[in-house]
Design a protein around this ligand. Structure first.
Ligand SMILES: Nc1ncnc2c1ncn2[C@@H]1O[C@H](COP(=O)(O)OP(=O)(O)OP(=O)(O)O)[C@@H](O)[C@H]1O
Length: 625
């Protein structure tokens, strides 16, 4: 290999460092100096100073720019620092504010009375209950978002001379009769039937019935209903609520019939719904009687249809074939008839729910909602009862347009003309004591028991002892129920043993004595049951048996009801301590049912409703359908 034979001439090639590139900034005479390292910034400054010394204009501009840039950078830095400081301050302020809010809430909570805490807790329970409830309106209206905002119009007007009176006079009348009202443009109270412009035959009818002056619920309620306004009417048992919604329906029917006679397939003008068949029949009979008298007095014929379970509707075929003006119904059968298209509610303008709270509590709420779906137009809606807890009033608001509330006495209070006696009777001694108790007054007497078997047992026992007694409860056939009512009403039987459901709202004349064989769990039931006596201004006696089996809170409810009605409170009730007394020493009461001896937290009605919802069933006792 040639290369390998040339070793002497071969010199190893080394890379020598290349000379540094000429310094563009080097000035004459520097070339030969050793290249000392000068930082770029420093060199630039030196150059700038030199150039400045030479007085170059472009260089001055460059320096000015540099200054500006430096100033900008400095300002930016300051802004950033300020920003950081501000954010820090804000974060601290927010933290302090949050701590302050927490501190204040802790102080407020500590300062809150036990009563306030309970109120808040109860409001939550009530809210939770209401939230689970659908509005009380027809499905179609709800789906279409139809909301009525205007009131219904009616041709009736109070007489001029009454309208001309100053407001203070109307207020004085209300005060005199303990009537509380709320709502807008409330029609005036009218203390006599003549001024309500009732037709002569009706005035004669009332006179014949010894109904001379309107009761408080009538003197305020009738003008409200005649005016076409929606209304919630609350008044004591036996205070004449039926008349306050029956007479206007009759008048509206006459007006419509006069305008254009009804033929087959037409009507009704209005509906009255009741929670039990017996109550519906009673209201229907009252309407029939008034309608007949009107016809005899020369007014056009108006017809009513009774629409209740347990009766053969072919009995009503004639009315159905003629066209009719008024329907009195229980919700179940009414819904059934509407679904079968036996008639429509296309021209119906009036819907009254008697014992409205009972109807909703008994599980008819869904039926009522379904019935509302059949209305094609706005209607006047009325709710009446002796017991109407705020909960039901609020719930019903969705079905009402600018309603007027007419309230006579506290909702849920017992009628004042009933002497209420509460007796401690051991369970095993009740039956024997019952006989003795029956001696307190002359007949007729009603004995209530919540248990159907017990109703039968009591009747059997009384029959054995020679007492003329009939029995009525939800499991009896319609014939048995009607027989019991008829024979008791006509005085053929002295005693009626009944379950609460079957006898709500019934008006038997001159019941002397009501015996509660067992105290109902719900105080509202007690109020309705004892309310079968002491009606239309008369006095009656109610005796209630209690013992170890009666829940303490029920006894407390009873104690307060007796105190409110200024009745004698037996020592065994007086001694029961109320764990829920307010700071003022008064009972807090239940916002759910109106009972005074318990709160919503242990309300028996709420528990019962929840039990029913869980069990998935609605109406009870077979009273309605
Ligand atoms: N203005 C009046 N004066 C005297 N008696 C009346 C008057 N109005 C109605 N009555 C009579 O009073 C009795 C009770 O009336 P109604 O049945 O309407 O009471 P209610 O308030 O509906 O009671 P409940 O809440 O128990 O259903 C009936 O016999 C009725 O004829």
């Amino acid at each position: 290999m040639a290369d390998s034979h040339q070793p002497s001439t071969y010199t190893k090639r080394r890379r020598t460092p290349s000379p540094p590139p000429p310094d563009p900034y080097a000035v004459d005479g520097d070339d030969d100096d050793a290249p000392l390292y000068v930082p770029v910034k420093q060199r630039r400054n030196q150059l700038v100073s030199k150039l400045a010394a030479k007085g170059g204009g472009a260089t001055a501009a460059a320096e000015k720019r540099r200054h500006e840039e430096e100033e900008d950078a400095r300002l930016q830095q300051q802004r950033d620092d300020d920003d950081r400081a501000r954010r820090k301050r804000e974060a601290q302020t927010l933290l302090m504010e949050a701590q302050e809010v927490k501190r204040r809430k802790a102080i407020e909570d500590a300062a809150k009375t036990e009563k306030q805490k309970i109120e808040e807790e109860e409001a939550q329970i009530l809210l939770a209950q209401e939230a689970s409830r659908k509005q009380l309106a027809g499905a179609e209206e709800l789906a279409k978002g139809i909301v009525y905002t205007e009131r219904m119009h009616a041709s009736w007007k109070a007489p001029h001379y009454i309208l001309a009176k100053p407001q203070e006079e109307h207020d004085a009348v209300r005060e005199k009769f303990h009537i509380l009202v709320s709502g807008d443009d409330i029609p005036p109270p009218i203390p006599n039937f003549r001024d309500m412009k009732l037709p002569r035959p009706l005035l004669d009818y009332l006179k014949k019935k010894k109904i001379e002056a309107p009761t408080p619920i009538q003197l305020q309620g009738l003008p409200v209903v005649f005016s076409g306004r929606d209304m919630i009417g609350i008044a004591f048992t036996g205070s004449g609520k039926t008349l306050a919604f029956s007479v206007p329906l009759l008048m509206f029917s006459l007006e419509e019939e006069k305008r254009m006679p009804f033929v087959q397939g037409e009507g009704p003008v209005g509906i009255i719904m009741c929670p039990s068949r017996e109550l519906a029949r009673q209201t229907y009979e009252g309407l029939q009687e008034m309608a007949k008298l009107m016809e005899q007095g020369g007014y056009p014929q108006v017809r009513a249809l009774l629409c209740i379970g347990g009766i053969n509707m072919s009995e009503q075929a004639q009315v159905l074939s003629q066209g009719f003006h008024m329907v009195v119904a229980t919700p179940g059968r009414l819904q059934d008839m509407l679904e079968k298209r036996k008639f429509t509610l296309n021209s119906c303008k009036y819907l009254c729910m008697d014992e409205a709270d009972r109807m909703i509590d008994m599980g008819f709420e869904e039926d009522v909602r379904n019935i509302m779906s059949f209305f094609k137009h706005q209607r006047q809606t009325l709710l009446f009862s002796a017991t109407m807890p705020k909960r039901i009033q609020d719930f019903a608001q969705s079905a009402l347009v600018q309603p007027i509330l007419v309230n006579v006495g506290r909702a849920g209070a017992a009628a004042l003309n009933i002497i209420q006696e509460v007796e401690y009777v051991k369970q095993e001694a009740k039956m024997v004591y019952l006989l003795e108790c029956l001696q307190k007054t002359a007949p007729p007497t009603i004995i209530f028991s919540d248990n159907k078997n017990e109703v039968d047992d009591i009747q059997e026992y009384l029959l054995l002892k020679g007492v003329e007694a009939v029995a009525i409860h939800g499991s009896k056939t319609q014939e048995e129920r009607e027989y019991a009512i008829k024979s008791f009403k006509t005085g053929k039987k002295d005693v009626m043993v009944a379950s609460g459901v079957a006898s709500k709202g019934l008006d038997f004349s001159e019941i002397q004595h009501v015996i509660n064989f067992s105290m109902p769990k719900e105080i509202e039931d007690y109020v309705h049951q004892i309310g079968r006596t002491g009606r239309s201004g008369k006095t009656g006696i109610a005796t209630t048996f209690v013992n170890m089996q009666t829940a303490e809170q029920t006894l407390l409810d009873l104690k307060y009801l007796l105190m409110e009605a200024k009745q004698k409170v037996p020592p065994f009730l007086t001694s029961i301590e109320d764990p829920n007394l307010g700071a003022d020493g008064k009972p807090v009461g239940c916002t759910n049912c109106g009972g005074l001896g318990h709160t919503i937290r242990n309300c028996p009605k709420l528990e019962e409703n929840q039990r029913r919802t869980m069990a998935g069933f609605g109406r009870e006792g077979g009273g309605g359908y």
